[in-house]
Design a protein around this ligand. Structure first.
Ligand code: APR
Ligand code: PHB
Length: 391
């Protein structure tokens, strides 16, 4: 078998890249270890930057997102029992974000791929990448007990944090940067109307809480929790009770509770691997970096990487090499800004057990500055809606 680009992983990175390459007439095969249902069953964030919305339009998969997604003009910060609204359009020259679940987006991308008759091999076992330091990279996998090999021009490592691509790079060729936070988010999804029109990020002495949504009838809530917590110990009742304690009276009154349809705990982590290119293999999305969810940047960074990567391949097949040569540096510039923002939002809004009295006071002053100064609000808003691309 031969293709131009072998894409490993059918999460958002791999699927968006596949769609962009298809639009450009570049041939690609996607190999995915899991089943389509498994991929769709993972509940993840749902806030898209304007530039990600534009990219999905460019990829030809924006129709349902525009019909069913919720454009948001701001977020609310609930600090010390008081709400502070960050208004995006007035602070960023008219920008918004789009609330649209990653599950829905993944479904749209899968359907577009199937409709175009493009090849995705699900349940591809023992995927391995070879010779990416030469001009003839190859990918091997096992499907239904039979071994296969794909010859390709490039390998796109879109296989997430635990994927095989980054793990196949010699240790001396890669640098890892990591920060762990020592706590997690306990998330609950329910078919109940959202507590408020906009997302509420709540800082509370009992821990951070977030009120988010997927639609007018589906809500997503999170509570900062200890890593030692077990989901089984959190009945729906206990979750709702704890959420109420971290919200203001207005939200408590408006909160509609109901049975959960999903509950899970995810640890918070910041991680970046550098560089993002190894010869003819390129990493994109969670394969190269992880952000804590506080800034809602995970999916947006995946989109941003594959935007650069698709342009790099288009450039290459048009006779240029600047795109692939600059891919890693271009991505990392934007990645590190989103890493910084996510780390900053996390530090600002969560409760850390080891904060000393001085740091606590300095943090309170910073929060006061952020919400009461136009410059402070602008910094938050322009990062939240997404920084511009280099090109
Ligand atoms: N072979 C083939 N596929 C693999 C392998 C492997 N060895 N290892 C992992 N995969 C698949 C996973 O099953 C998954 O479907 O790669 C895909 C990676 O998808 P994601 O983890 O969703 O990563 P990405 O596409 O980069 O999307 C990033 O999604 O994970 C969220 O929070 C993250 O919002 C961010 C976005
Ligand atoms: C979500 O809806 O899951 C969500 C929204 C905003 C975040 C993180 C998660 O910052």
């Amino acid at each position: 078998m031969r293709t131009q680009v072998a894409i490993i992983g059918a999460g958002p990175s791999g699927l968006i890249l596949g769609q962009l390459l298809h639009k450009a007439g570049i041939d690609a095969i996607i190999l995915e270890a899991q089943t389509p249902d498994y991929v769709l069953g993972r509940i993840r964030a749902g806030v898209l930057e304007q530039v990600a919305v534009d990219l999905l339009d460019e990829a030809g998969v924006g129709a349902r997102m525009h019909a069913e997604g919720l454009p948001h003009d701001g977020i609310e910060l609930l600090i010390g029992g008081k709400r502070h609204r960050i208004d995006f359009p007035s602070l960023t020259g008219g920008k918004q974000v789009m609330v649209y679940g990653q599950t829905e987006l993944t479904k749209d991308l899968m359907e577009a791929r199937a409709a175009a008759g493009l090849q995705t091999v699900y349940e591809a076992r023992d995927v391995s990448v070879h010779d990416f330091d030469s001009d003839h990279p190859r990918v091997r996998y096992v499907k239904d007990g039979a071994s296969h090999e794909i010859e390709c021009d490039f390998i796109a490592g879109c296989d997430g944090f635990h994927g095989v691509c980054r793990a196949s790079v010699p240790q001396n060729a890669i640098s890892n940067f990591e920060r762990v936070y020592g706590f997690g988010w306990l998330g609950l999804l329910s078919d109940t109307p959202p507590v408020s029109e906009e997302l509420i990020y709540a800082k509370h002495e009992r821990g951070f809480a977030l009120c988010s949504m997927r639609s007018h009838t589906r809500s997503r809530y999170y509570l900062q929790c200890e890593l030692s917590e077990k989901v089984e110990d959190w009945s729906d009742e206990r979750f709702w009770e704890e959420l109420r304690r971290r919200l203001d009276p207005q939200a408590v009154e408006a909160l509609v509770t109901g049975p959960s349809i999903e509950k899970s705990i995810a640890p918070l982590r910041s991680f970046v691997a550098e560089p993002m290119r190894f010869g003819r293999m390129f990493l994109a999305g969670d394969a190269a970096h992880i952000v804590p969810p506080t800034g809602a940047k995970g999916l947006n960074l995946a989109a941003s990487d594959v935007r650069y990567l698709s342009r790099a391949f288009i450039d290459y097949y048009g006779g240029g090499s600047a795109g692939i040569d600059h891919y890693s540096a271009r991505c990392l510039r934007r990645v590190w800004k989103a890493e910084r923002f996510s780390w900053w939002m996390t530090n600002l809004l969560h409760t850390f057990p080891d904060t000393n009295a001085f740091d606590q006071k300095a943090l309170e002053a910073e929060l006061d500055y952020v919400v009461h100064s136009v410059a402070g609000r602008t910094t938050l808003a322009e990062n939240y809606v997404g920084l511009p691309f280099d090109d």
